[in-house]
Design a binder for this molecule. Structure first.
Ligand code: I24
Ligand code: DGL
Length: 265
């Protein structure tokens, strides 16, 4: 089925999920929407995030997609359940795939969770983990400095190393053997996070795990594209298409992308 897969995020961070989807499913067309004009969502009140997430979902649904991925952890935490029930296409978020993968890896049932203030406050990861295994011990930690750090482009600097160490100091004192990166931006800090916590902690990127689920869902529904059905990927942004394009082109290395600025709602 030649329809596109819709992927939405508060900004450019969800491109980490889009890249993984396009890598695993090269025949698929992606329509990506980044609400860069209103990014970040992480520090915003729940009601605001819910409203914005609905607006994004309705926009992409109108572009005739076959499946919707909420790539933003903060948006997934507050709005996935209600959006899922409202649409007649599969809608998936990034939290369940990340939680399932963590449960698979942990040996001592002790799992750390990193996310924005909104994601951590919602307790969505803790709920997902406890649903899967009620005895799981969780250590949730909001990391409000990480998104600005990655967006400054300094995610490999000595300053980044220092911020990672300061932020994760308390977590290093625990006996977690698995850590969920519950935010689109954190995979860019993964090398520093792994270095600081050491090889005893398995680090899991929720976005990567989500991409793995997409092919399973489309295969089950017999809706995967055949080789000739791939169309040009489209990128929609609520902010500057020029700045969006700079990050998206470098990250996706997609020769044929079209970028269009849109207004929500
Ligand atoms: N990375 C992110 N956001 C930015 C950035 C970045 N600028 C440089 N790099 N800017 O997120 C956010 C603000 N903009 C976004 C575009 O619209 C207007 C507002 C992480 C992106 C993860 C895919 C560094 C950088 C880059 C290319 C790829 C990856 C990356 F330039 F981290
Ligand atoms: N996309 C957000 C998330 O995964 C991070 C950026 C933001 O705060 O909007 O939670």
């Amino acid at each position: 089925m030649s329809k596109a897969i819709g992927i939405m995020d508060s900004g450019v961070g969800g491109l980490t999920v889009a890249k993984e989807v396009s890598h695993q499913l090269p025949n698929e067309t992606i329509y990506y929407l980044g609400d860069t004009a209103r990014c970040p969502y992480g520090p915003r009140p729940v009601e605001e995030v819910r409203q914005y997430t609905w607006e994004m979902a309705e926009f992409l649904y109108r572009q005739d997609i076959k499946m919707l991925i909420i790539a933003c952890n903060t948006a997934t935490a507050v709005a996935l359940e209600e959006i899922k029930t409202a649409f007649d296409i599969p809608v998936i978020g990034v939290i369940s795939p990340g939680a399932r993968s963590a449960i698979k890896y942990t040996k001592n049932d002790t799992i750390g969770i990193l996310g924005t203030v909104g994601t951590i406050k919602s307790k969505a990861y803790e709920d997902a983990l406890k649903d899967l295994r009620p005895t799981t011990v969780t250590y949730p930690l909001a990391c409000p400095k990480f998104v600005p750090l990655v967006e400054s482009g300094e995610y490999n600097s000595s300053m980044a190393k220092k911020i990672v160490a300061e932020t994760l100091y308390s977590l290093k004192q625990t006996n977690i053997d698995t850590l969920i990166l519950g935010c689109t931006h954190y995979p860019l800090l993964q090398p520093l996070i792994e270095q600081y916590l050491g090889s005893g902690v398995k680090v899991i990127s929720s976005g990567d795990e989500t991409a793995r689920e997409v092919s399973a869902i489309l295969a089950y529904r017999d809706e995967l594209n055949s080789r000739h059905e791939k169309m040009k990927n489209k990128y929609y942004t609520t902010g500057s298409p020029v700045i969006f394009g700079q990050v998206a082109r470098e990250w996706m290395n997609d020769q044929h992308m079209t970028i269009q600025q849109i207004k929500l709602p």
